[in-house]
Design a protein around this ligand. Structure first.
Ligand code: HEM
Length: 409
């Protein structure tokens, strides 16, 4: 099934409802609510905002992303609480396909929920001593990321006190969510938009019901991702457990975002065989080098007749593999991006991967992994990290509550 076909037939029905029916409740897909009356009618398009975990992590990755980071301008924790309450109420309405109130800007009217999810997180600045009195509640895991080899970060496009990850099957619905929440922050006078990022073409499958799509490097991306159906892996690698840190984060997860530009002039010049050596997989099929099919197991010890490793020592999948990383895994949920390109001497398109990962422990999962990739991954020579952010996404809200309630009360 090709991507267009999947979209037409409704990735939401196939991927979301199909997944929910086939796999049953209890794996994050239990949040799904069908808007049509029978499985052959309308695709399931509504993902409840409320629940034990925030939606947008274990729920199947949608087609479009609108991401936003905010700086808090509020002076009191009371004002932050009030904003989070308003954001949560508005998010519950918008994910149900309704305008959030009389101030709603209106561009999503008539489109429906489009499987919208809104995931909210807190940056390290929220816990700065003397700011909101929250310093004792800072999770040790929520530290600014170190500067990695060859990082070229734009500070204006990095960091932030709050994040909103809005994902939907329709880009206008995702846009609307961020537009509406930014407007509420402005009227409340408590937060200001810091930076935004639009993403298209999910680069990760997060459910077994989804096929693997291609990143802009032309390779299937997400083959060996954690899938929401793997409840044990979700518990071990994604959800923060009681005892991991402050209780208010139990059932939450840490979000790391990295905007990674692909240097297409050098990447394209490699040709297919050269690119396959960089990734460690076949470009067409997605099979690990030395195997036949996409989901064949990766054998890092496979050698050719001359005794050389079939998957090179600098290959992306070798260095990112749990076998090379103390058994650690992360949940990838990123999107492709492209930016307007102004004429410059190199005439190179600005595009790449807006990488998003969720993990239980940034310090023992993401940091060592990215350190290894930045230093040794052959792919790092064809990419450049231009933006970086980390946020603590608390557990989901109860219907009468709001996201982050346990942090503030
Ligand atoms: C432009 C940047 C990147 C591109 C285009 C890219 C692409 C890919 C591709 C094509 C695969 C193989 C298929 C798969 O299993 O998903 C892969 C695997 C993987 N990548 Fe990346 N990647 C990028 C950056 C990163 C970064 C920054 C990280 C983490 C810090 C990362 C972590 C992983 C992991 C964990 C795997 C799976 C390895 C395994 O389970 O064996 N990637 N990536």
């Amino acid at each position: 099934m090709e991507r267009g076909e999947e979209q037409q037939s409704g990735v939401t029905r196939r991927g979301v409802l199909g997944g929910a029916l086939a796999l049953g409740a209890g794996v994050g897909l239990d949040r799904l609510v069908e808007s049509g009356s029978s499985s052959s009618a309308k695709p399931a398009r509504r993902i409840p905002f409320h629940g034990a975990h925030q939606a947008g992590i274990a729920t199947p990755a949608q087609e479009a992303l609108q991401f936003a980071a905010f700086d808090l301008t509020a002076r009191s924790s009371h004002a932050v609480r009030s904003l989070l309450r308003r954001w949560s109420e508005a998010s519950a309405a918008m994910t149900a396909g309704r305008p959030y109130g009389s101030g709603d800007p209106g561009e999503a009217v008539g489109i429906g929920p489009a499987a919208l999810t809104i995931t909210i997180g807190f940056g390290p600045g929220v816990f700065r001593p003397g700011r909101f009195g929250l310093e004792a509640r800072l999770p040790p895991e929520l530290q600014e990321l170190p500067v990695f080899e060859s990082d070229a970060l734009d500070p204006g496009h990095s960091g932030g006190d709050l994040c909103v990850q809005a994902c939907a099957q329709d880009p206008q619905v995702a846009f609307h969510a961020v537009h509406a929440l930014a407007g509420l922050a402005r009227t409340e006078g408590s937060a200001r938009l810091r930076w935004t990022q639009t993403g298209f073409g999910r680069t990760a499958a997060t459910s077994r019901s989804q096929q693997t799509l291609r990143a802009l490097i032309g390779f299937k991306d997400g083959t060996d991702n954690i899938r929401a159906e793997d409840a044990a892996e979700m518990r071990r690698f994604v959800w923060v457990a009681r005892g991991d840190g402050p209780d208010w984060m139990s059932g939450g997860s840490y979000l790391i975002a990295r905007r990674i530009r692909i240097l297409f002039d050098s990447w394209d010049a490699l040709g297919v065989a050269g690119q396959e050596q960089v990734i460690g997989r076949e470009k067409q099929s997605g099979a690990p080098l030395g195997a036949k099919r996409e989901h064949d197991p990766v054998n890092l010890n496979a050698r050719n007749a001359a005794g050389e490793a079939l998957i090179p020592h600098t290959a992306h999948i070798r260095l990112a593999s749990p076998l090379t990383n103390d058994g650690q895994k992360i949940l990838r949920r990123g999107y492709s991006y492209t930016e307007p390109t102004a004429a410059d001497e190199r005439g190179q398109i600005e595009a790449g991967l807006f990488f998003i990962s969720f993990q239980r422990s940034p310090q023992s999962q993401f940091v060592p992994l990215q350190t290894r990739l930045a230093n040794f991954d052959a792919l790092a020579r064809h990419t450049q990290h231009t933006s970086s952010a980390i946020f603590a996404c608390p557990p989901g809200a109860e219907p009468e509550g709001y996201v982050g309630q346990a942090l503030f009360e």
